[in-house]
Design a protein around this ligand. Sequence first.
Ligand code: GDP
Ligand code: PGA
Ligand code: MN
Ligand code: MN
Length: 624
Amino acid sequence: DMEGFMEEMGGEISVPVLKGDWDALPANVRKYIAENVRLCRPKGVFICDGSDEEAQEITEKMVNRGLLTKLEKYENCYLCRTDPADVARVEGKTFIVTKEKFETVPHVQEGVKGILGQWMSPEDAEKEIKDRFPGCMKGRVMYVIPFSMGPIGGPLSKVGVQLTDFNYVVLSMRIMTRVSSKNWDVLGENGEFVQCIHSIGAPRPLERKVINHWPCNPERIMITHFPDQRKIMSYGSGYGGNSLLGKKCFALRIASRIAKDEGWLAEHMLILGVTNPDGVEKFMAAAFPSACGKTNLAMLTPSLPGYKVRCLGDDIAWMRFDDEGRLMAINPEAGFFGVAPGTNTKTNPVAMETCMKNTIFTNVGMTEDGGVFWEGMEKEIKREQLITTWLGDEWHVGDKGKAAHPNSRFCSPAGQCPIIHDKWEDPAGVHIDAIIFGGRRPEGVPLVFEAFDWQHGVMLGAALKSEATAAAEFKGKQIMHDPMAMRPFMGYNFGDYLKHWSDLNKPGRQMPKIFHVDWFRLNDSGKFVWPGFGDNIRVLDWICRRVDGEDIAVPSAIGLLPVEGSLNVEGLNVSWEENFNLPKEYWQDDIEETKNFLQAQVGSDLPESISNEVAKQEDRINHM
Ligand code: GDP
Ligand code: PGA
Ligand code: MN
Ligand code: MN
């Protein structure tokens, strides 16, 4: 069995420690490293301390190797181009391993292929791992990365130790998490930490040609999670969520499972604070699927005078009710891994400023003067500038094809965001007043509406859908269900997850109000009916006023809509009708489709509280 196998692998370390003090590590950490050294056979072990000098040393090596290009136009910024076969999260190769299948996935309807999580048996996982990991780091260095999700030592924070054979991952983890030797002193009960084992799957001598100095093994990618052992094993990819294991694997999949057991929430949500002209601040958490606007909303520059938005996080929230019944949220991350295309000084000046120093750009274009370029930056460079595309080709604005990959990213420290909130590292978190769900919905969905109550809001989250984006391997513009924006990140049975959410509503708790937004509705000529970006403050303002109980909402079949004129559209050339009309036929089809989806995919695990809400919504729509 796997445990016996790993036991044999344990013991003292058999290769040189290239950096760091082996004997200073806690005994269980030494055992963990040693057993994975015997499994992966690296040529040496490099224990990271998270210092700037360490990063400098690694960066220089990578520049010399050609994996990083210094961007001369900015301060301490680098460009990385991946193997074009390794550009996004690979959901089809992502698994949760538990003894009991239905701990991980719902009892789907007979004959239905489940899409809410993928289960693998421990036996199959053991086989797949033995097929990949033995010797997978031969000829490479194993980096040991001690990191904290959340402020180091905070009551809501958790420690992980990532082992990786890819230096790009070391530099990225330093930005995205808190990497520090201090983490050795704040491990959990009994020295607990989340085990994060990552290999690009390219031992030497190489069997596959390395492209762009980016070794990987795309045909054999496999990302496995063992929630019971608090362990992640990821193989074959160096990209984003596949390799920066603190992010999706730990902070969402493993953490959501821990959160269920411990009564809290680990969610795919940004966190922001919005202050109105009277100086009153409210905090919101918003769940949108990948590449649907979280980073942009979190960094919003208000188009209305007197308002201020400050950012606490752009991707993940860990939330827990405190003793006073308030929902408190922290951002477990320390950096932003933001979508580059579409970002510019008009749409998101804050992100542009954030990424102009200490940033790693991946798969964007480069201008001849050592700057970055991507789709959406056409007005920010001289038109005749020569650009090198993410594929290494020469290119000019107006030429065929794209300069940047649609899922190209900037990876920047959160602390340097000009509107970062002074409480962003408060270990206690901030008090969430409103939760917002949204996705890319080209048709039928109003700009904003409010749930009637908590149960209705949970149903709206369960029914979340969006057009597919480039963040994962899917192609085309199909509308996909992405319940709670968590479909790719679910750590356990989605029916149990919905029940957990429903059960949070207890006497004595101040339940946040729940809202649904859509920035992406199109009109008959295919244009966005809402300007979005900085003008989204107008929607946040309406939400704040609703949290204060202002009488500006009117019931509709799908939820509470803004009373006509109550949402400030002054100075905008937008049609209220195009933004807020509810086409009855569209919603009849939609609720039918949603009902079928939940019955098919969550099956007998669907809580009654949700099916009741769906039935009530259907009835309301039929009476529209
Ligand atoms: P995230 O992956 O959820 O963080 O999404 P981002 O904030 O990075 O945005 C993804 C893409 O959606 C980018 O190309 C943005 O320019 C675009 N986007 C974000 N907010 C808006 C908006 O309000 N309106 C429109 N039309 N596009 C948006
Ligand atoms: P985002 O995060 O697209 O939600 O910003 C990265 C991802 O989900 O892969
Ligand atoms: Mn995300
Ligand atoms: Mn983002």
